[in-house]
Write a protein that binds this ligand. Sequence first.
Ligand SMILES: [Zn+2]
Length: 712
Amino acid sequence: MPADTPPPSSPALPPSRGKGASDLTEAEALDELTVLADELAAHDIRYYQDEAPTVSDAEYDVLKRRNEAIEAVFPHLVRDNSPSMRVGAARAEKFSPVEHGVPMLSLDNAFSDEEAAEFDARVRRFLKLGEEEVAYTAEPKIDGLSASLRYEDGRLVQGATRGDGRVGEDVTENFRTINDIPSRLKGFGWPEVIEIRGEVYLGHADFAALNAAAEAAGQKTYVNARNAASGSLRQLDARITAARPLRFFAYTWGLISAPFAQTQGEALAMLAEWGFKTTPQTQAVKGLSGLLRAYADFSKQRPKLTFDIDGVVYKVDRLDWQQRLGFVSRSPRWAIARKFPAEQATTVLRAIDLQVGRTGAITPVARLEPVFVGGVTVENATLHNADEIARKDIRVGDTVILQRAGDVIPQVLGPAPDTPRGPEPYAFPTHCPCPLHTPLARETTASGAETVVRRCTGEFACPFQRIEHLKHFVSRRAFDIEGLGEKQLVAFYEEELVREPADIFRLARDEAKLASLREREGYGEVSIRNLVAGIEARRTIALDRFIYGLGIRHVGETTAMTLARGYLTAEAFLAAMDKVADRDPEAVEELDALDQVGAAVIEAAAAYFAADHNRRIVAALVGELDIQDALAPKTDTAVAGKTVVFTGSLEHMTRDEAKAQAERLGAKVSGSVSKKTDLVVAGPGAGSKLKTAAELGIQVLTEDEWLALVGA
Ligand SMILES: [Zn+2]
């Protein structure tokens, strides 16, 4: 049960995170955006692809809002791959891509009556309605998995997950196994082409039964119904999906060949006539008082419902008004999700354990008397860091308030009032729980400031960090070694078969060690053959994956790709990093010049390659591998070597296509305009980047001028 798995340690937060976005220096902003992009991307993958999120939605929202706040103050630092440009995550590679006819957007959230009132006021202001009350629908927000079903001439032709909002995963055959999804529309009045949108979910009883069966069979159980629904739908074998009791509620639509209703309420009635289930709890309400009443009503109904909901969705009822209101960035102006607050419970704090992350960051974990909250039994919760424990005076033996917000990792808010206290304040350990017992240091950032995170200074000598490093090394985005999962890796580590990355590749050629594996339970000839094949398949590795696999702090996938493209070969990269570690000014400058590499990455790379044990480990690994050069940029085109920024909307190609084309022609594409920019290609709607370009005197081209320049 994942509830037994302690939460992964939180990443080291830059101290600037305590400041308001407008108080940041540019360097701090760049650092934070780098860290936030990595962090959010990792959470997206765990949430959308692995179905195993490690932070609550609320914590995720905090990170996302922080990212947006900084981007608002520093628009020229907005990254191409900014988390604010994404909804959801990229699809998993195992499914074919489906481009949605109309993108699947996410809703803005409201967390209070005030925010609901602001929404209503905004709608009225935009439509210039004065005091007139707006008619809304209030629909339960199903906590499931969004899906889009394309019908042509009334027949289901394609079904896709949301994916990143623009491109989803093709799981048509799996949708066909869901009883609530008609393969042919009933009744009449449906447009020739329509994308029906709704939520795939599992009911409470079905979820419990599914987990009970999995547990009995010794298989992995799911943390909550939403993850179970997602995992059940995203199966390569539709027969597995068919065996799961998935349900579907329809609530909106995407692409339509012709309009079919005047209001949201009418549209829902049509969907029901065509054979879809719609939520029976949906209400038609008027004005702010109606919105607030519906929220109170849904809060009361929630415990009695047979499926999970995490809030109420308010939509402007009139579709012509929806049209006029339109969208702001990635969310509609005519709808908002009013979220329920987190659920709380009290329980006894039995002990506090320290968990050591890959980079040595220490996370205190509360071991609790099991308690049922928010639909699951909780035994562990994060305590964040030493300062939090001290500030809240949390003691072992306390009765504490536990909070869980439709999520996975609950948090301890503090001692419950009027309950007996633990005997003494918690003394945070001064040493790592690892056998080396190394002293813990407060983590510092690039600028030398102390953060709230404490860190084991043992690095690779600390077995906890070593194992986390190895897990990262074999993870999907890094070396992705088939047949070598985390469990086997930990076992291999404990048996001293694998102590560092190079050992994995040595193992594949070490007959004696492979022979010792044969004596292990459950390790047959076939699994050994598969393991060896999986390892050998990765002996040849792309430079960016190699760099990412090293596990340098702040070097996520995107930065790893940037480094690979910047240095082209492993030799050049490693030679440069050695110089960066020695603070060679030229090498540091060269690294700094790469797009979106800031102080955080430079400091992390310098620290990593300054450590002898890291150099030794990397050298040993390189000796085992055939690292492929990154593609050299072209040098004989009009834009070779130039740094280009695309801004505004493009008419002849998507932003991704434009970027790929520019890179093919040897240009560097940057997300922000700076002194290093050579060209800005501006389409309609270009804003602050265009202004910055004018201030810096940078050449600006229209999309057509750009296409003419590159000869496309
Ligand atoms: Zn340690």
